[in-house]
Design a protein around this ligand. Structure first.
Ligand SMILES: C[S@@+](CC[C@H](N)C(=O)[O-])C[C@H]1O[C@@H](n2cnc3c(N)ncnc32)[C@H](O)[C@@H]1O
Length: 361
């Protein structure tokens, strides 16, 4: 098994290829990214034996902006017999003698997140139970799901008779089927954008630490707040929110008594005096360079301690644009003496954009 198979939003394969090539070479691993546009995944073939496995142990999915999942695979298992797909898959796993399959905790039978592959999903679901049973007979998939050094087995179908078989390391993978965190839309929320902030919070902040990041003593500023999907998430977590936007905020949010609507320009808005703002969130549709400069200003002036914001990416060189923005803010904050943690991800609910989390440490 000497390739990484990485899943992404369809249309972002080139960005992911640029990213994995850069981040793996920074770790001394060189390879070649095979890209099929709009396929929703790519193969990164490492030049040296067993380097894909090594990479999967060094790189966490959290460090990759455009990847939803990362698995180690061997070459394509093709022309499977529809009467018995299970035997050759088991054999292929057994051929990898370096892999301790007794440490496997889960099996996911997956496909790409594209319209074309949607039909395959039904097949994947049906195939999972017999495949899982066959693996259990081998003594695999019996380890406790909490096993820190555990493996998840992935079978990634590109057609009903063609698949990649592989695995991911549990401590480094995205802990969701197809790398997608599925969320239920809260009916009382004013807009579907609410899911973006919810996914960002769940992605960037460990569940057990959420109470340290959000509580009733905290104030937040939401730039580009209307109609209030993001504000809703903050109010739900107890915060008082200054919602900045010339538009109209949902009346349900006014009724909570936990917001103040400021009909102002987000680029000119200053935080209210005598209020310590913890959170700055920003979902204004603007050029990434303008947004990152604004966020850098807020941190530099000590106006906020933590931020989640979007960088909209309508341009061509999207990976380069994101990198430019991230290194800009990193440099500015470093020069000012701030120690910060910066995370960025193209979330499932993000379209032509990525979401960034910055926290002062
Ligand atoms: C994508 S919507 C925000 C949706 C919101 N996050 C939600 O969850 O409901 C973008 C908003 O940014 C606002 N906006 C754009 N430019 C702005 C500016 N310079 N100042 C304040 N608001 C701005 C728009 O009026 C619009 O309501």
């Amino acid at each position: 098994m000497n390739s990484l198979l990485l899943y992404c939003r369809a249309g972002f394969e080139k960005e992911l290829a640029a990213e994995i090539t850069e981040k793996s070479s920074a770790l001394g691993v060189f390879g070649f990214a095979r890209v099929v546009e709009n396929s929703g995944y790519l193969l990164f073939e490492c030049y040296q034996e067993s380097e894909a496995d090594w990479l999967a142990q060094q790189l966490s999915i959290q460090q990759l902006i455009f990847a939803r999942q990362m698995i180690v695979v061997s070459d394509l298992l093709s022309s499977l017999n529809p009467q018995d797909r299970i035997t050759p898959i088991i054999e292929k796993y057994k051929n990898n003698t370096a892999l301790d399959l007794t440490k496997s905790t889960e099996l996911w039978v997956e496909t790409a997140d594209t319209n074309e592959a949607k039909e395959l999903l039904t097949f994947c679901r049906k195939f999972t139970v017999p495949m899982r049973n066959a693996m259990k007979k081998q003594g695999w998939l019996v380890s406790n799901k909490q096993l820190k050094c555990g493996l998840t087995l992935h079978i990634f179908f590109i057609q009903p008779n063609n698949c990649y078989i592989g695995y991911s390391y549990n401590q480094h993978h995205a802990p969701y089927f197809m790398g997608i965190l599925r969320l239920k839309f809260p009916v009382e929320a004013p807009s579907r954008s609410t899911l973006k902030l919810e996914e960002a919070i769940r992605t960037f902040i460990p569940k057990e630490k959420e109470h340290l990041h959000f509580n009733q003593e905290m104030y937040a500023v939401d730039l580009g707040a209307c109609p209030g999907g993001w504000t809703y998430q903050l109010v739900k977590r107890g915060l008082f929110v200054y919602a900045v936007d010339h538009g109209k905020m949902a009346s349900s949010l006014h009724e909570t008594g936990r917001i103040e609507h400021c009909a102002e320009d987000g680029f000119k808005f200053h935080p209210p005096k005598r209020k310590k703002i913890h959170w700055l969130v920003c979902d204004m549709v603007e050029q990434p360079s303008r947004v990152i400069t604004l966020i850098a200003k807020w941190f530099s002036y000590g106006w906020c301690k933590e931020s989640i914001f979007n960088l909209k990416l309508p341009m061509k060189k999207r990976y380069q644009e994101v990198q430019k923005c991230l290194s800009y803010i990193e440099t500015i904050l470093d020069e000012k003496g701030f120690k910060v943690k910066i995370q960025a991800k193209q979330l499932y609910h993000d379209r032509e954009e990525v979401t960034v989390h910055i926290q002062i440490m």
